[in-house]
Design a protein around this ligand. Structure first.
Ligand code: CP3
Length: 365
């Protein structure tokens, strides 16, 4: 069964540990790489599986299908990590807000959370029980990976989850969630505290099920003012990191914190206890490394829309990003945000080819 396969894999060796070594800022032979949203709609084999399964959440809820789509990008590309196929909105779904997806419009909730009474009524899910399908997917994927590369688990940050729960959908201006933050900061803190407890429990359950690293996606932290970011987003991510299992099965379980558009707060983010900090393309890696590279590994930061350009331009940008970080350990190559659904998979091949040809020179003495 998948559970016994997973425990067998747990005891076995990891054949490719570049990603974990880079996060520990240990030497590697080449720069490890994975892509945010690496499993998804830009892959025709993903679109075929989803059509067969019915919906996106049907894929997430079936451990064998979730496992299959997790592995799809690894069959095509020399990636150094797999990321669990799931979504950040599984937590609010488990809080009974009724998650659903409308094609072309993204995620929606049947219920929103806007008043102190609605915050009060919200239950903190028990991850092992209420999100058991996610844990089954994690252990199935670990078994199937069989030590090929490490598996990354993930969650949204409390603030990013709150934006979807309060707005009831994706948003451009965050009017409801910001009104709530300024009108009833106590209720907002109570909501974020419930979410922080939920996320901690959720990530620890993923780690126990076999996740070998975890990433916290703070997609919308960059929409806040500096004091609001520190008080309403970073503080709760720090609380989560302090509550995570940091060693499992004799290995460190690194944590990556990714605040999109958070470059101006790098000093504070890098002091919040994570092993790695994810960067979008608006922050220069050379600058980031000077500011915080002695404290954390850095992950990023190719503009995903570079993948719409021709292979020679992709190669030039990959070269520029590598040179910007420079020589030595501590760099995990990634996109600065999720890959677009309109990306041509052949352009990802050009990206991987360039990286594997150009990165080894940055790891020689
Ligand atoms: O990285 C991976 O390959 C793992 C899977 C993953 C998904 N979502 C699958 C998904 C991860 C890590 C996420 C995280 C996520 N989900 C974030 C944070 C990262 C980011 O991109 O900023 C956010 C904000 C969400 C919320 C979400 N889920 C949105 C806004 C959407 C719709 C918009 C979109 O891009 O489709 C989703 C749906 C979703 N999550 C899809 C996938 C593959 C598309 C579903 C489909 O139509 O098949």
């Amino acid at each position: 069964t998948s559970a016994s396969a997973a425990s067998a894999a747990t005891a076995s060796t990891l054949h490719n540990d570049r990603f974990l070594r880079a996060l520990a800022r240990q030497p590697v032979d080449r720069t490890p790489v994975w892509m945010m949203r690496q499993a998804g709609r830009y892959l025709p084999e993903y679109r075929a599986k989803r059509a067969e399964a019915g919906s996106f959440m049907d894929l997430c809820r079936n451990q064998d299908l979730a496992c299959e789509v997790t592995l799809q990008p690894l069959e095509r590309y020399p990636l150094d990590a797999a990321i669990l196929f799931s979504d950040i909105l599984t937590i609010p779904d488990a809080m009974d807000l009724g998650l659903y997806f409308v094609t072309g419009e993204g995620p929606k909730f049947k219920k929103t959370v806007r008043t102190p009474a609605e915050v009060e009524a919200l239950k903190v899910p028990d991850a092992e029980r209420d999100l058991d399908y996610v844990m089954r997917a994690v252990s199935t994927i670990r078994g199937e990976l069989n030590g090929r590369v490490p598996l990354i688990g993930f969650s949204g940050s409390p603030w990013t989850l709150a934006t979807y729960m309060v707005e009831g959908s994706s948003s451009k201006d965050f009017r409801h969630v910001k009104a709530m933050l300024y009108d009833t900061p106590d209720a907002m803190h109570q909501l974020l505290d419930k979410l922080a407890h939920s996320v901690t429990d959720y990530l620890n359950a993923q780690i126990r099920a076999g996740a070998q690293a975890v990433q916290i996606f703070d997609t919308w932290g960059g929409a806040l003012s500096t004091p609001a970011y520190l008080e309403f987003s970073l503080r709760y991510m720090e609380q989560i990191v302090a509550g995570l299992i940091r060693e499992h099965d004799g290995r460190r379980v690194p944590v990556i914190m990714f605040t999109k558009n958070g470059g101006q707060w790098l000093e504070q983010i890098s002091a919040a206890g994570a092993d790695g900090v994810g960067l979008d393309w608006s922050t220069e890696l050379s600058d980031a490394r000077q500011r915080v590279g002695h404290r954390v590994a850095l992950q990023g930061n190719l503009d995903p829309n570079v993948l719409f350009a021709r292979p020679s331009a992709i190669r030039a940008e990959v070269a520029r990003v590598l040179e910007s970080y420079g020589h030595g350990p501590g760099h995990v190559f990634n996109l600065g945000h999720g890959i677009s659904q309109f990306t041509n998979p052949d352009n990802v091949t050009a990206f991987m080819d360039a990286l594997n040809e150009l990165s080894p020179q940055y790891h020689r003495d």
